[in-house]
Design a protein around this ligand. Structure first.
Ligand SMILES: *Cc1c(COP(=O)(O)O)cnc(C)c1O
Length: 421
């Protein structure tokens, strides 16, 4: 089936009541048929619902539909994008291990990897997404994961998948892509050799800025990379916390199974069934929306590129952008999503432009149907000195835009009057 059909139907084919829409199963727990049924479920002799911290029928549809869109074997939904990223790490790494993380990642991923997991004894080592060959010298026997974004937020770079996955495969290390900004409509990392995909569902998945959520997807046949791989011994040895279960011995996707049985059980970042329902509504229109976000962003990037007060435009969809060859190699139909940034002269002018826009709202979010303008130097990157801002690729005059679904001509008019204000 093709993507637009999967987006509408995957994971749900009606129920005993003939409900056309996916129902919201707003429940904490589930009734067992009898005591033996309950015991069978706990022993995994039968698969079924036990408790909503672990699984829920509404969330199950969202997970199946998202896995289908990413071309993966299985998925697990979480309460936020950050918890999905943490679970991807916590499912492989323990004290004494290390993970390799791209320097160009979301701010929350930088603080999670640089500070929080460090307190758990897990070291993060950073590589430049433009120099993936650096990975070769960084991998050792305690390296458990390579984490990077397909389109980086906020620097708007594109990852060279094949170089990264080729190095990772040679060393038997798993790779994980944060595909939040690209979405599976534009890029499917699993098709380019990646093992795991994480998302913040808070962005393009709901598409309207409605709810916080995340999801983690595992590729088909990941068991081949885990089975007998000493790096991931805990997938091959009996889990004492689950009566000696060996994850790679079961005919189920092992990474998601362990994330559910061990991490959701113990850490509990489970999504609300209502939020899962919102993501299901969002996914139905995701392919249509991403085409429009991408087309509008390209038109706006072209307008900005030709404006005399704009020093530089960063949008991988532009032919002049250094990331453009990677867009052509890895992204569908030349789409490059709705995120772009541009530079004007100095902090004051940038803030004046943000204040002068009428349709764009000053918000620190992306992936909404409503257009957003952000001045990173005074908000998300406020704590950095001018020198640190330059090093982070965030000049003082940089403005980030998340292009929504308004008429692109109206958005261009709004930016034109703001630039002249
Ligand atoms: C927003 C975002 C996250 C964090 O997701 P939350 O749902 O806000 O926890 C992670 N990665 C990227 C690329 C994001 O844009």
């Amino acid at each position: 089936m093709n993507e637009q059909t999967l987006a509408i139907h995957a994971g749900y084919d009606g129920n005993e009541f003939g409900t056309m829409a996916v129902p919201i199963y707003q429940t904490t727990a589930y009734q067992f048929r009898d005591a033996q049924h309950a015991a069978n479920l706990f022993e995994l002799k039968e698969l079924g619902n036990i408790y909503t911290r672990l699984m829920n029928p509404t969330t199950d549809v969202f997970e199946k539909r998202f896995a289908a869109l990413e071309g993966g074997a299985a998925a697990i939904a979480t309460a936020s994008g950050m918890s999905a990223i943490f679970y991807a790490i916590a499912n492989v790494a323990e004290a004494g291990d290390n993970v390799l993380v791209a320097k160009q990642v979301y701010g929350g991923t930088t603080t999670l990897t640089g500070h929080t997991i460090r307190r758990f004894g897990i070291e993060a080592r950073y590589f430049d997404v433009h120099k993936p060959e650096e990975l070769e010298g960084m991998i050792d026997e305690r390296t458990k994961l390579i984490l990077f974004e397909s389109i980086t937020n906020p620097s708007i770079d594109v990852a060279d998948f094949s170089t990264i996955t080729e190095i990772a495969r040679r060393h038997g290390v798993l790779t994980c892509t944060d595909n939040t900004v690209a979405t599976p409509v534009i890029c499917r990392p699993l098709d380019h050799g990646v093992d795991l995909v994480v998302h913040s569902a808070s962005k393009y998945t709901t598409g309207q800025g409605l709810a916080i959520g995340g999801i983690l997807v595992e590729r088909e046949n990941l068991v081949e990379a885990l089975k007998g791989n000493e790096r991931y011994y805990h997938f091959n040895e009996p889990d004492p916390s689950y009566h000696g279960l060996v994850y790679t011995d079961l005919p189920l996707p092992p990474f998601i199974l362990r994330a559910r049985l061990a991490l959701l059980r113990d850490l509990g970042a489970a999504p609300s069934p209502f939020n899962s329902w919102l993501y299901i509504q969002g996914l139905e229109t995701l392919p249509l929306r991403m085409r429009q976000h991408s087309a509008s962003a390209l038109a706006i990037a072209q307008f900005l590129e030709s404006h005399p007060k704009v020093k530089k435009v960063n949008y991988p969809g532009l032919k002049s952008d250094p990331n453009h060859p990677l867009v052509q190699k890895y992204f569908k139909e030349g789409m490059a999503s709705g995120l772009l940034s541009f530079e004007v002269e100095g902090r004051e002018r940038a803030q004046r432009i943000a204040d002068a826009t009428k349709i764009f709202k000053i918000v620190v979010n992306i992936g909404d149907s409503k257009s957003i303008i952000t001045h990173p130097a005074s908000t998300t990157h406020q704590q950095l000195s001018p020198e640190e801002l330059e090093a982070a690729g965030v000049p003082e005059g940089l403005i980030r835009l998340s292009i929504g679904l308004e008429d692109p001509e109206d958005l261009i008019e709004d930016l034109r009057q703001a630039l002249d204000a």
